[in-house]
Design a protein around this ligand. Structure first.
Ligand code: C2O
Ligand code: CU
Ligand code: CU
Length: 527
């Protein structure tokens, strides 16, 4: 996009501010809009879909007894197909936005929270001022207008708040929804659809005796290691039961937890059939005995319940694994958890409730993925390396923490180039000996804004291979990714291309407590 195009678009967005004010002359805009929007002239919009989204405080009944105070998104379709917006009834999560590739969407986000916020579209390839960067956070009562064309391929994307230092608590209070994109290729794949295509958002929460959400009860230690709750919620419900018919399903899993990593497997050892990752469908289905899902990651499963007896149940477990967090250290520092990292527990139960004769076969081919090649990378000889270490009790990327508007020299890339990046999780650099090393041994789910990447290779330091071996068979690296789990001692190479948009984008650890502590940086795409 040329500089003048960008200016025009910015002007257009600013000018269109009043258009929204006119549309929502009702209570929705009782607060003030930003100053430059107030002086603007209404402009016609070309959006196929217009949605009003607001973040509000509310209450929802989660556990028996008292309702739980939550923060939640509420949406409304102003123009376009009403089915573009679905709710998860009785849940703090949602809404689910359903769009088609190529659609032009316009979303006006109004912040009705008592603090600043901004909506980030996780996984979407959009201009830098549309992606939801903390520098665009708006205060209580203000509105931010998003307008972009959906360029992403079909897939399970999502959205959540992204204000600096308070992303963790805002997501924890309930703010998150899905952004599902469909396209022709997906439609042609022959996958279960409608009521057989189900989102499953997995989170962990801790409640106090009054049924209210408890965040970081362990204080600084919890912040440093990341929040781990003692109850598992699916789609915002505890003890989740999924009623199914004896036929195939498409299950869209999102790990929407702040910091917990799941190692998902069926209790009876049935392999998981994975059909999609963060950036949509794989080329063909792959089988795994378990799938590892770190915060921010998505995986889609194709699962056939035919042949299972009516009334039978099947548990989806999170299986035991090691090495993602220095558990001993946590305990030494007084972090006692009901569900420690890497322990085994049940995520949900599937209950076979209905007979169905439908026999939809698993497609052999799902999509076409154009493979990036290392030899095409401009820096193929010298990967851009990001080393993840702890320094002065903070998680850092190349020794740095977040700065709102700036980038370092090694964080500037060129538009229309393919690069190879390397994330290196390198404990033991703090020079504190045993204590320090243990403390530093943590997994980091690294996420890059504004694009999807491909994973080229993984290596692990031999002395840290033991923990890694308990999760590695659960990586699904065959497809498009925007978030990748980097275990202690692991070194991961990825290929990524900077296309269409210049500007300032984020990359960060998606352990939200790490992110809030500053384990986040900008990268800049220059012409
Ligand atoms: Cu889902 Cu910057 O995050
Ligand atoms: Cu993101
Ligand atoms: Cu981290």
């Amino acid at each position: 996009m040329s500089q003048s195009d960008k200016l025009n678009r910015r002007d257009f967005l600013r000018l269109s501010g009043l258009g929204v004010a006119t549309l929502f002359a009702g209570p929705l805009l009782s607060g003030c809009t930003s100053a430059d929007q107030a002086t603007a002239i209404p402009t016609a919009t070309t959006a196929d879909l217009e949605i009003a989204l607001q973040a509000i405080q509310g209450e929802v009944s989660i556990l028996p007894g008292k309702a739980t105070r939550v923060w939640t998104y509420q949406g409304q379709v102003l123009k376009g197909d009403p089915a573009s917006l679905q709710t998860l009834p009785g849940s703090y999560l949602g809404p689910i936005l359903r769009v088609r590739k190529g659609q032009r969407v316009r979303i006006s986000f109004t912040n009705k929270l008592p603090e600043q916020s901004i909506v980030h579209w996780h996984g979407l390839h959009v201009p830098d001022d549309m992606v939801g960067h903390p520098r665009h956070a708006i205060g209580p009562g203000q509105t931010y207008i998003y307008e972009f064309q959906v360029l992403n391929r079909a897939g399970t994307y999502w959205f959540h708040p992204h204000p600096h230092k308070i992303t963790g608590p805002q997501v924890y209070k309930g703010l998150a929804g899905l952004f599902l994109v469909s396209d022709d290729e997906e439609m042609a794949a022959g996958l279960p659809s409608g009521e057989y295509d189900l989102p499953l958002i997995i989170q962990d929460r801790t409640f106090d005796a009054d049924n209210q959400l408890l965040y970081l009860p362990g204080g600084m230690m919890d912040q440093l290691m990341g929040f781990l709750g003692d109850r598992i919620l699916v789609n915002g419900r505890p003890d989740f039961v999924l009623p199914v018919a004896t036929r195939p399903y498409r299950l869209r899993l999102l790990n929407g937890s702040n910091a917990r990593i799941y190692k998902l497997g069926w209790e009876d050892g049935t392999p998981l059939t994975v059909i999609a990752t963060d950036g949509g469908l794989l080329e063909k289905p792959v089988q795994r005995s378990y799938v590892v899902l770190a915060p921010g990651e998505r995986a889609e499963l194709w699962v056939d319940f035919s042949g299972r007896p009516l009334g039978s149940e099947l548990r989806l477990q999170s299986l035991a694994f090691a090495g993602a967090e220095a558990g001993d250290m946590g305990m030494m520092m007084g972090r006692s958890l009901a569900l420690p990292d890497g322990s085994e527990f049940t995520v949900l139960r599937v209950r076979v409730e209905r007979e169905s004769k439908e026999r939809q076969p698993l497609p052999e081919r799902l999509s076409t993925i154009h493979r990036y090649r290392l030899e095409d990378a401009v820096n193929r000889e010298r990967p851009r390396t990001f080393t993840l270490t702890m320094q002065h009790m903070l998680w850092t990327i190349n020794g740095r923490t977040f700065e709102m508007d700036s980038v370092a020299e090694d964080e500037v890339v060129k538009l229309n180039t393919l690069e190879v990046w390397e994330f290196v999780n390198q404990p033991g650099s703090m020079g504190m000996g045993m204590m320090g090393d243990m403390m530093e041994e943590m997994a980091h789910p690294m996420h890059i804004h504004g694009l999807q990447f491909q994973i080229l290779e993984r290596q692990v330091r031999p002395e840290m291979a033991a923990g890694w071996e308990t999760v590695r068979a659960g990586y699904v690296d065959e497809g498009w990714k925007d978030t990748v789990l980097v275990m202690p001692g692991e070194r991961i190479k990825l290929l990524l291309k900077f296309e269409d948009f210049t500007g300032l984008y984020l990359y960060h650890c998606h352990n939200l407590e790490h992110e809030d502590l500053g384990m986040m940086r900008n990268y800049r795409v220059d012409v």
